[in-house]
Structures are given as C-alpha cells and as structure tokens.
Design a protein around this ligand. Structure first.
Ligand code: PAN
Ligand code: ZN
Length: 195
C-alpha cells in the first residue's frame, strides 16, 4: 500500500538552485574516481591532496514506492579533469519502466543520453531546456560553461539508480571534452556496449 504523506512546501532559489530548507549531498572527485576517462589526471589531483567538489544535489526524497515523486536540483560546478568537463556520474534507473524530467535553470550544459540498446543522444541543457528522459535511457549532465550549471529534476521515487553500468569502462559512448578552446562531443575510446 502507498504511504500517505502531508503536502510539502519547499522553496527553490532560482538564482542559486538551492532548495530550502534541504541540505545538499556533495560529490567530490574522490566519489567520481573511475568515471573520468583520464585516470592519470584524476590521480594527480587526488595525490596532490585536493578533492574538488564536482557537484551538489538538493533532493526531496519520498518513500520508495509507486506513486511518489522525488525532486530536486543539481549544481554542477565548472571545471575539467584532463580535457573532460565536470559531469555527473550518470546512471540508468533500476526500475526500467521509470522516466524523469530535467529543467535547465542556469549555466551552460549538455545532457548525454544513452539507451540500453546502444543509441545515444546529446542535448542542450541550459536555462529553459526541458528534457524528457524516457524509460531505459541512461543520463549524465555535463557543465561546458564557465559558471555553475543548475537544473531541476523529478523522477519516480521507486526508480533506483544503477551507476556501475555507466562507469568509464563500459561507459557512455560519448565524452565531452575541450579541444583547441572548443567543446567537442567525441567517441569514448573505451566504450563497450553492455548488450
Ligand atoms: C538526478 C541525478 C543528479 C546527480 O537527480 O541523480 O543530477 O547525478 P548522478 O545521480 O548521476 O550522480 C537524477 O537523474 N535522478 O534520477
Ligand atoms: Zn535519473
């Protein structure tokens, strides 16, 4: 049976992307060890004693049951590891028949989408961009600008997250890198399809 909740009020600071009164979960480079293609660049930064925050997530979590929605914001900081722009880990949802909506609030970004059958898409994720992530499409956001990338998301509370399938080795088929001062979406040399 579905848990009954009281309505909630949460305030979204559209300028900063903060959801009040929630606290954010921070993802640092250490959390993303193994996700960026340039393992040496990751190692060099961590060895030097730095562990930069790559992104922060403000999330209102509901009971993990059919009928509820989780929602929140992600603040993806600007920067690169080697040539690769800061990005989220990216995931498939465990519950295959679940979908998600993203809304760009600020900054300049891209969203990489990859279906479980190997198709991929790369869409713009900036202010006003609404992205529908259909069932069975993995998704990762990338900050290609000089400012923070802020976006809103909502998805089914019982969707679950599968991160392992999209780590570097099996990975996304595309990488977003900077070459000669330009943003390029290139083939991931280590991509191995999971089918
Ligand atoms: C988003 C993401 C959020 C962080 O809420 O979870 O942007 O990205 P990772 O989960 O890939 O680290 C979402 O897609 N939820 O399903
Ligand atoms: Zn998701």
């Amino acid at each position: 049976m579905q848990t009954s909740l009281r309505p909630k009020h949460i305030w979204l600071d559209l300028g900063k992307g903060l959801l009040s009164p929630l606290a954010s979960t921070k993802r640092t480079l250490k959390d993303l060890d193994g996700f960026f293609v340039d393992a040496q660049a990751t190692e060099n930064i961590l060895k030097s004693g730095q562990d930069p925050i790559i992104y922060e997530v403000y999330e209102s979590l509901q009971p993990q049951e059919d009928g509820h929605l989780n929602f929140g914001t992600t603040i993806l900081h600007p920067g690169k590891i080697g040539k690769e722009f800061y990005m989220t880990k990216g995931h498939f949802h465990m519950k295959e028949a679940s979908s998600e909506v993203y809304l760009g609030l600020r900054g300049e970004g891209l969203i990489l989408l990859q279906s479980s059958t190997g198709n991929s898409e790369c869409l713009r994720m900036s202010q006003g961009d609404l992205i529908y992530v259909p069932p069975r499409w993995g998704h990762r956001t990338v900050n290609v600008g000089a400012e923070e990338l802020v976006f809103f998301f909502t998805y089914q509370a019982d969707a679950g997250h599968d991160y392992e399938s999209l780590k570097k080795e099996q990975g996304f088929s595309k990488l977003v890198i900077e070459e000669h001062g330009r943003v390029n979406v290139v083939d991931n040399p280590r991509f191995m399809t999971r089918i």
